[in-house]
Write a protein that binds this ligand. Structure first.
Ligand SMILES: Cc1cc2nc3c(=O)[nH]c(=O)nc-3n(C[C@H](O)[C@H](O)[C@H](O)COP(=O)(O)OP(=O)(O)OC[C@H]3O[C@@H](n4cnc5c(N)ncnc54)[C@H](O)[C@@H]3O)c2cc1C
Length: 502
């Protein structure tokens, strides 16, 4: 029997990272794998639901970011889950003749011209691309993303115009970008470090078939023997490096890792792969690991950012927006994205005006009477504390006052609450201003014990996967997947080296 067959591996978390790790190990011949999942369902931040009709609503991940080199795209393609060659109107279940576009409104019911909006949005996109492509000028490199964008916009001819409309649309773009950066404000985000994020070629792909993201999870689940995943098993403690302490008193067979669940159930292991979110690590790492995690890892957990992005689904009895409307975007005269507002607002003030953080309401594929609002950061966290009905009513009031349209009351409301979900505690990772992305992502990913410090300890006792551990693909499902495969590969290599040396 090969050593890998005997090795006991516990995987903590059954999101994409945990499932990918387990599938890789199973395929390499590992036979003693247990996945411990805190929730009653698998998938983590992928959560496909059917609250309104038989058609799906994604409360978490929705898009496949890029195609080339994207294992999630590859899985979907091989599983025949992609609805290829769809035009955007088809994705939204519209007639072929209709090309959807966003409708932008100023406060008070004035619609902004599509030309002005396009002008500003394409400048915004050019400026952010410069940061993502690591092409920032030296004078901008030390700035936050928000300050860099302000400085670059102020120098553009668009900012010179007398009327403030272009400036206001630019501020809206900043609010909307907070959704990608999972931040309260772009002044929290580093301008230079987002250059380490690699956008895979092929654009956003959202034409997954009727099974949505769950169908991709199902492909992985089919590769795992039944009984491998234990649900409703939140892990409380991970004791590691046990062998050393008990040398001489205990038998040599003792496993170096003990994983203890909230219900005090104990799982002994040779290796544990921890895939819990950065939000969970921020709250629990100090108490979870014994001995405590090394300082470099605790620093990484503290320094990397983990923000909240939520979705607000509003289901109406009938469609009240034009057929070609892809979304209703809200441009405030003074918004929470303005530097002066963000830095000076009291907690009381931003809580009272939490709804100003909603970017707008997008139409939803295959749900002709549903809109989806996006909200981020501290205002999203506050929104999560409110009743669904209060959030729904507030949204309807907003849409009425911005569009001037006749808007019926909402019939059903569904809200994601990623920030207060105890098994996620946020949505995804960002790199804050003045934080070194490569150093901190790598420190988070480094397995324990550090072999250069304690060479006599058993290697690879605690491994870390999950989107936050990825330097180039953090925030994404493919980042999570690749991180799981990477940590599994460390173990596969360890045991293939052992087999060779025997
Ligand atoms: C609103 C939203 C929209 C998104 N949109 C996209 C998108 O369009 N495209 C994209 O690529 N990505 C998107 N993402 C990000 C993507 O969903 C994540 O990056 C990815 O799913 C993370 O996978 P993971 O395995 O690293 O972590 P998770 O999915 O969080 O998995 C970790 C698992 O660990 C479990 N766990 C936590 N604590 C414990 C414990 N103590 N014991 C045992 N188990 C525990 C959790 O329940 C969870 O199942 C989105 C995320 C959100 C929230």
């Amino acid at each position: 029997m090969s050593a890998s067959r005997d090795a006991k591996v516990v995987v903590v978390g059954a999101g994409f990272a945990g499932l990918a790790a387990a599938v890789s190990l199973v395929q390499a011949g590992f036979q003693h794998i247990q996945i411990l999942e805190a929730n009653g369902r698998v998938g983590g931040r992928v959560h496909t639901t059917r609250p309104f009709t038989k058609n799906i609503i994604e409360l978490g991940a929705n898009w496949i970011h890029g195609q080339d080199g994207n294992p999630i795209f590859q899985l979907a393609k091989e599983g025949d889950l992609l609805v290829e060659g769809m035009s955007s109107s088809k994705i939204m279940c519209l007639p072929h003749s209709v090309t959807p576009r966003d409708y932008f409104f100023k406060q008070g019911g004035k619609q902004l011209s599509a030309e002005t909006v396009d002008q500003v949005c394409s400048l915004f996109s050019k400026l952010t691309s410069k940061a993502f492509d690591s092409e920032l000028e030296d004078r901008h490199k030390a700035l936050s993303l928000g300050s860099y964008l302000d400085a670059a916009f102020a120098e553009s001819p668009l900012a010179a115009s007398e009327d403030s409309e272009r400036q206001r649309i630019f501020e809206w773009c900043k609010r909307s970008e907070c959704t990608d950066e999972a931040s309260s404000s772009l002044y929290e985000v580093s301008a230079s470090q987002i250059g380490y994020y690699i956008a895979l070629e092929g654009g956003f792909f959202n034409s997954l078939g009727p099974g949505g993201y769950q169908a991709i999870l199902d492909i992985l689940l089919k590769c795992l023997p039944s009984g491998m995943i234990l649900s409703n098993k939140p892990v409380k403690n991970i004791h590691w490096d046990l062998e050393e302490k008990s040398q001489g008193t205990e038998s040599r067979e003792m496993h170096p890792v003990k994983v203890i669940c909230e219900n005090d159930e104990v799982f002994e292991a040779d290796h544990v792969i921890v895939t819990v979110s950065l939000g969970v690590l921020k709250q629990q790492a100090a108490a979870m690991f014994k001995p405590a995690l090394p300082k470099s890892k605790m620093d990484a957990i503290e320094r990397l950012g983990f923000g909240t992005v939520d979705k607000i689904f509003l289901c109406f009895s009938e469609r009240f927006w034009p057929e070609d409307c892809a979304g209703i975007q809200l441009v405030w005269d003074e918004g929470p994205e303005d530097k002066s507002v963000y830095t000076s607002q009291t907690e009381e003030a931003w809580k009272e005006k939490w709804f100003k953080k909603i970017c707008g309401f997008d139409t939803v594929a295959c749900h002709p009477t549903v809109l989806c609002g996006w909200i981020t950061g501290r205002e999203a966290l506050h929104m999560e504390t409110l009743q669904d009905s209060e959030v729904g009513d507030t949204c309807v009031r907003l849409i009425r006052s911005f569009t001037g349209w006749s808007v019926p009351d909402v019939s059903q409301v569904l809200i994601s609450r990623w920030g207060c979900d105890p098994h996620t505690l946020g949505s995804y990772t960002f790199v804050p201003h003045n934080v070194n992305a490569v150093k901190e992502h790598e420190a988070l990913a480094a397995p324990l014990p550090f072999q250069n410090k304690v060479p006599e300890s058993k290697p690879l006792q605690v491994l870390f996967a999950g989107e936050a551990t990825q330097v180039n693909f953090y925030t994404t499902t493919h980042g999570a997947y690749l991180s799981g495969v990477k940590e599994a590969q460390r173990l596969i290599t360890l045991y293939s080296d052992k087999t060779l040396s025997h």
